[in-house]
Write a protein that binds this ligand. Structure first.
Ligand code: C5P
Length: 260
């Protein structure tokens, strides 16, 4: 299999040139980072689990009419996606206080919020992804008011749908992060679509009975059993790959294979 051109390498994924124009291959790594790259590690099998979990969620969202970049799964660690122009804003939705909100505002972790709160962060590693307001986003041209309207509309729908989906398998969706991109069609028309991934790397998921954390906080806070937590999320969603159960999770991001 010929090597493919690497378009971009992030902390948890690599984007390769896709087989057709306008497509990319999204490869899921086992690497984990936290606190703006200050903490680094490897969670064996994470890439395989996130690939499956994110595929499942993107497909469910497409079913309710949320446009996404996802096309189809290619193999254990890769999915084919549409090439989009990524909007450099991370949209965070919170239903329950946790993480940076608890820290910054002194609100006890686990406090139910009176309503869902949406926050924006400017995607910039050097600056540590600072929180920004709608004013900053439109003033600096990262997104237009129309883009933001579309992003917020989609975010609210995703939050409502995923909160119910996870609750159905005994998980509380505490908060999560979304990324969006601009997808251009052959006429040059643009629409905003959901991009990146949705997985325990970018959602906080707590067991609805025990309150156990089944997400990346296990890595951030050294709680142990990180892989097991991701596996449990996949198992509850009904997408746990047999290969992960048997620990066969080898993957080489330098020479990934595409199985069509
Ligand atoms: O750290 P914080 O509490 O702001 O994170 C809120 C949510 O956004 C969490 O679910 C976290 O996993 C996600 N997040 C992310 N990528 C970032 C920052 C936060 O996926 N760079």
């Amino acid at each position: 299999m010929a090597r493919r051109r690497r378009i971009y390498e992030g902390k948890a994924k690599v984007m390769f040139e896709g087989p057709e124009p306008g497509t990319l291959v999204q490869y899921f790594k086992d690497d984990a980072t936290a606190f703006n790259n200050q903490k680094k590690g490897v969670i064996n099998g994470k890439g395989v689990l996130n690939n499956r979990i994110s595929e499942f969620i993107m497909l469910r969202l497409a079913e309710i009419g949320i446009p996404t970049h996802f096309i189809r799964a290619l193999n254990m660690r890769e999915q084919l996606v549409r090439e989009v122009e990524i909007i450099p804003i991370e949209v965070v939705v919170r239903n329950v206080a946790a993480g940076s909100l608890s820290k910054r505002l002194g609100i006890a972790e686990g406090t139910a919020l009176p309503r869902s709160i949406i926050e924006y962060y400017y995607k910039n590693d050097e600056l540590g992804d600072p929180m920004v307001s709608e004013e900053h986003i439109t003033a600096f041209g990262w997104a237009t008011t129309q883009d933001l309207d579309d992003m917020v509309g989609l975010t609210v729908r995703v939050n409502d749908y995923l909160s119910g989906l996870f609750l159905g398998v005994g998980l509380k969706l505490i908060d999560f992060k979304l990324e969006f991109g601009r997808l251009f069609d052959e006429n040059g028309d643009m629409r905003i679509v959901l991009a990146d991934e949705i997985s325990p790397d970018n959602c906080r998921l707590w067991d609805s009975k025990t309150g156990d954390k089944l997400d990346k906080d296990r890595f951030r806070q050294d709680l142990g059993n990180v892989r097991e937590a991701y596996q449990e999320v996949a198992r509850r969603l009904g997408v746990l790959p047999a290969e992960v159960e048997s620990e066969d999770t080898e993957g080489d991001p330098k020479n990934p294979r595409v199985v069509n």
